[in-house]
Design a binder for this molecule. Structure first.
Ligand SMILES: Cc1ncc(COP(=O)(O)O)c(C=O)c1O
Length: 385
């Protein structure tokens, strides 16, 4: 079964391998008994293995056990879930928030909850796969606008007059490291709202998975652009990236969150996160709010990396964040670069279709990398160019 299909993938160099770490997630990892410098994880602040998070998890396991046994609506969740939701809504400046089991399940649950076949969704062409799947599940007409092209977005919105419009974008694009023009998109939504004078005509949904903990002093995309968290904006984000934990959230007005908790199927029909995981996210959120040295180190490391890579003559596309792609002309070239780095003891994955249209290697830098780690990567990249 699937032999022919697999062979076709192999012939196109598109078969991917699962890589299994034998160590904690961090700037150095071990794979198959060999040590590698790791520039592949989304653990931007280096929290995945932070001692305070480990301590909080152990304490929560001792107090609440491990398995949660049921969904939130039938007592699977606990008081820590509620505490995290209160803290997220305060952090994001909204009335309310809801925890989801993952970013994937948030996008595939929330989008169908807020959009139906009568509505129109406007989605950036490079939005994350979980948004694409959420749009498909919603059965709404989905109009795809060119990447970060607000003029194209406006043009499409004008064509969908009279329907509820849901505009959806990643804040930081996960494979390019570039930032969506949230201010211009927000202004466009506002102009349509004012024109229609109806409160519920427009919803603006941002996927802040890679912005939370990284942009706007850690508060995320809206804060970065100084946009007020209006009740018609829905902020989705994850605990699985800069927060070094697991799970996700949506934050918005009280009514919207109550509606989502009653209608998002991935929330209703799925077992709640274990309390110890929630406790990790609570601790991570506290660290993001109080330990500003984490973000300072992250951005200093990013500057050092970018300067070195630019000097080496690589094309970093439109990266503005700790996600730094190096664009290659072909899939083979991406594989060659990734393979050469691997042989020199550095793990940086090649990213190929269908994850992206244009092949690249994707470097991610974190607060936990040292100057030595970064310089070794840059020197090696210079040597294999
Ligand atoms: C932009 C974006 N949204 C959603 C997700 C899904 O999040 P999670 O890994 O928590 O399921 C990811 C992660 O891959 C992502 O990059």
């Amino acid at each position: 079964m699937f032999e022919k299909e697999l062979k076709k993938l192999k012939n196109k160099n598109l078969v991917r391998q699962i890589i299994s770490r034998a160590t904690t997630q961090g700037p150095t990892i071990s794979i198959k008994g060999k040590k590698y410098l790791n520039f592949s994880s989304n653990d931007y602040l280096g929290l995945a293995n932070h001692p305070e998070i480990i301590k909080a998890v152990i304490k929560a396991v001792e107090r609440y056990g491990f398995g949660s046994g049921a969904s939130r609506l039938i007592a699977g969740g606990g008081i820590l879930h509620e505490r995290l939701e209160r803290q997220v809504s305060r952090f994001k400046g909204t009335e309310s928030a809801l925890v989801f089991n993952s970013g994937y399940s948030a996008n595939t649950g929330v989008i169908p909850a807020i959009a139906s076949e009568r509505d129109a969704i406007f989605s950036d062409e490079l939005n994350h796969a979980s948004i694409i799947d959420g749009c498909r599940l919603s059965r709404a007409e989905t109009l795809i606008y060119r990447h970060k092209d607000v003029f194209h977005l406006k043009e499409l919105m004008t064509k969908a007059k009279g329907r509820r419009k849901i505009v959806i974008t990643d804040t930081v694009f996960s494979m390019g490291g570039d930032i969506a023009p949230l201010r211009e998109i927000y202004n466009t939504c506002l102009a349509f709202k004012e024109e229609n004078q109806k409160k519920d005509t427009i919803l603006f949904y941002i996927d802040d998975a890679h912005g939370t903990g990284v942009l706007g002093n850690g508060k995320g995309g809206l804060s970065h652009f100084n946009i007020r968290p209006e009740p018609w904006i829905i902020q989705m984000g994850t605990f699985s990236k800069a927060m070094g934990s697991f799970g996700a959230f949506v934050a918005s007005s009280k009514d919207i969150i109550e509606w989502i908790s009653n209608t998002a199927r991935s929330f209703i029909f799925s077992t709640a996160l274990p309390s110890c995981v929630v406790s990790a996210s609570i601790t991570a959120l506290r660290l993001v709010k109080t330990d500003h040295s984490l973000l300072r180190r992250l951005w200093t490391n990013r500057e050092r990396l970018i300067k070195g890579i630019r000097d080496a003559g690589y094309d970093i596309m439109e990266s503005k964040t700790p996600i730094v792609p190096l664009r290659t002309r072909t899939i083979e070239e991406a594989l060659r670069l990734s393979g050469s780095l691997y042989r020199k003891g550095i793990y940086v994955p090649a990213i190929r279709p269908p994850a992206v249209k244009e092949p690249r290697i994707r470097i991610t830098v974190s607060a936990a990398h040292t100057e030595k780690h970064i310089d070794f990567l840059v020197d090696t990249l210079k040597g294999i160019r």
